[in-house]
Design a protein around this ligand. Structure first.
Ligand code: SF4
Ligand code: SF4
Length: 559
């Protein structure tokens, strides 16, 4: 028998479970149009993969998971994408976001569904399957499950507490589809190396607990256990259920895996089993119609079904004046009934003045401390209230505003009927808006600084290039000068090339003698010859030459 622990605070509102838990889950009919938001996880939007006019199959990805925290979005049925446009989302602020408007063809033609064997599949392949199936936490947080499944843990807690009044979708799921819930829990447990799996079910759901026990059988009693936890709101809060089942108190700023524990909703475990064993992405969920309906109950609803198309299945009574998504403690009013059912839609609570009388006027805080005693997160709600009200958001954060799970226990017990959670939500949204603005300003400043840096860098690069070119030119000129100088030296060197060696003294004398001989010969040729020793022929030749010379002179003179 597992020892149970108690968490701090908590309240016991009337449960109102029996109204909607009696009937089996019904399947909601195909609406005329489906409006599928691309933002369906707590961590952001998916990338749009289709265009208006595209024909799509049931289960076909139409939004791709972006980044490590992304989750895929799928066409919930076969048909035609009629438009991609911003539509209002089920959110307290009534914000809009890109959606695919799909007109069903009524044929429900599936994509090819490929099962994975969880016993042989690689853990990464299993996590990828969970991501590609678009599975997020179905307890309301809508955090991507493949990210949570990365933890390495000792204890996996499957959350079937469903503590919020009026809501019974998990109860009916456990009763009717226990085998898939258990199969999904086993896949998750194996993936994270869990030594034991604890199914926490509030003790006001004995049929659900029994269905799980029947599925587990005797052989599983050591590693898998179904534990009935006392009905006390909010026992289904993650930290509260961990405390009840393990005794571990998770402090501020820490999470279950820091202590070897991870928590998944029963709906999430069911979706994991469908994705792994059946190859089916998350395209539908169970939604409770409770409150002011003629026939409250649970319906399996395609994601993207407009709430206005779903509500008639429960037959809202004529005095219904508003619809809340979620329960009376943590839910918020639906801004417009055209908004679609999303993965976080667990209940549409119809309200009337008779069933949910308007709260009495807010009175001043009397510092009675009831809120502090009721707070399951061990916060000081009245301090948070003062700081949120005076817009002293820094102080509110010092008092752990973001640890507030908005469970509403403080407001439930407040004798002054102060809508405390509204103040906390206001403060959180203001802080987030300021952080977004700061982030945008920081990014703009970073862009500006980067631009300046780039311009300066380009300037410096340009200057460096010019300097390099100038240096190159200078070097070239210097080289040319050097080459010229070298050439000049060479020329000079030519002049100093050793002249021909002076002829030796004997040669010199010979040369002089030869020159003298030539001069004497010329003189002899010009001067009157001593003809005495000459032969008659020589004398005749000399005389002829003298005559020719004389004739030449005469001719010159006559001219
Ligand atoms: S319960 Fe209400 S009145 Fe009492 S301290 Fe808290 S906020 Fe103030
Ligand atoms: S709403 Fe926040 S402050 Fe109030 S009881 Fe719950 S956790 Fe505490």
């Amino acid at each position: 028998m597992l020892e149970l622990f108690r968490f701090h605070g908590g309240v016991k509102p009337a449960s109102h479970k029996q109204e909607s838990a009696a009937a089996p889950i019904a399947t909601a009919p195909l609406p005329e149009l489906l409006v599928v938001p691309f933002r369906q996880s707590a961590t952001g939007s998916a990338a749009i993969l289709v265009q208006a006019g595209d024909r799509v199959l049931k289960g076909q990805p139409i939004g791709g998971a972006e980044g490590p925290f992304g989750a895929t979005v799928h066409a919930p049925t076969s048909g035609t994408v009629r438009a991609l446009e911003p539509r209002m989302l089920p959110h307290p602020s009534g914000l809009t976001a890109p959606c695919a408007v799909i007109e069903p063809d009524g044929e429900e033609r599936w994509i090819e569904r490929v099962p994975l064997d969880p016993h042989t599949a690689d853990p990464e392949a299993l996590r990828a399957r969970i991501r590609d199936a678009g599975i997020v936490g179905l307890g309301g947080a809508a955090f991507p499950s493949h990210v949570k499944a990365k933890a390495s843990i000792d204890t996996l807690i499957v959350n079937g507490a469903e503590c919020e009044p009026w809501i019974t979708c998990d109860d009916r799921l456990m009763r009717e589809r226990a085998a898939e819930v258990v199969a999904g829990a086993r896949i998750l447990g194996r993936l994270m190396g869990a030594k034991r799996i604890l199914f926490g079910v509030e003790d006001n759901k004995p049929e659900a607990a029994q269905a799980l026990r029947n599925t587990l059988g005797e052989g599983d009693s050591r590693s898998c256990q179904v534990v009935a936890v006392p009905t006390l709101y909010p026992a289904g809060g993650e930290k509260q259920l961990i405390r009840v089942l393990t005794g571990i108190e998770i402090p501020y700023g820490k999470l279950g895996p820091d202590f070897g524990v991870q928590c998944f909703n029963v709906g999430t475990a069911y979706a994991v089993a469908r994705a792994v064993l059946g190859g089916e992405p998350l395209i539908s969920r169970i939604v409770t119609l409770a409150g002011n309906y003629a026939t409250p109950g649970n319906h399996e609803v395609l994601i993207g079904t407009p709430m206005a198309a779903l509500l008639p299945l429960g037959g809202p009574k004529p005095d219904t004046d508003r619809v809340v998504m979620g329960g009376p403690m943590m839910g918020f009013p639906v801004p417009d009934l055209t908004v679609p059912v999303v993965k976080a839609t667990n209940c549409l609570l119809a309200m009337s003045p008779a069933l949910f009388p308007p709260p009495p006027p807010e009175m001043p805080c009397i510092r009675c401390g009831a809120c502090t005693r009721a707070c399951p997160m061990v916060l000081q709600p009245h301090e948070l209230y003062w700081y949120a009200r005076s817009k002293n958001f820094g102080k509110a954060q010092e008092y752990h505003l973001f640890d507030c799970i908005e469970c509403g226990c403080c407001a439930f017990v407040c004798p002054s009927r102060i809508p405390l959670v509204d103040y906390y939500r206001f403060a959180k949204s203001e802080i987030r808006a300021r952080e977004r603005e700061k982030l945008a300003a920081d990014r703009a400043r970073e862009r500006h600084e980067f631009r300046q840096f780039r311009e300066e860098r380009e300037k410096a690069e340009k200057a460096a290039k010019l300097a390099a070119k100038a240096a190159e030119t200078k070097a070239k000129l210097a080289q040319e000068e050097a080459a010229k100088a070298a050439a000049g030296e060479n020329l000079g060197a030519g002049a100093t090339v050793p002249a021909a060696a002076p002829p030796p003294a004997d040669d010199k004398a010979a040369l002089i003698a030869a020159a003298q001989a030539r001069a004497a010969a010329r003189k002899a040729a010009v001067a009157p010859q001593n003809t005495e020793n000459l032969t008659p022929d020589q004398q005749a030749q000399i005389a002829a030459a003298a005559a020719r010379r004389a004739q030449g002179r005469e001719t010159k003179d006559s001219v």
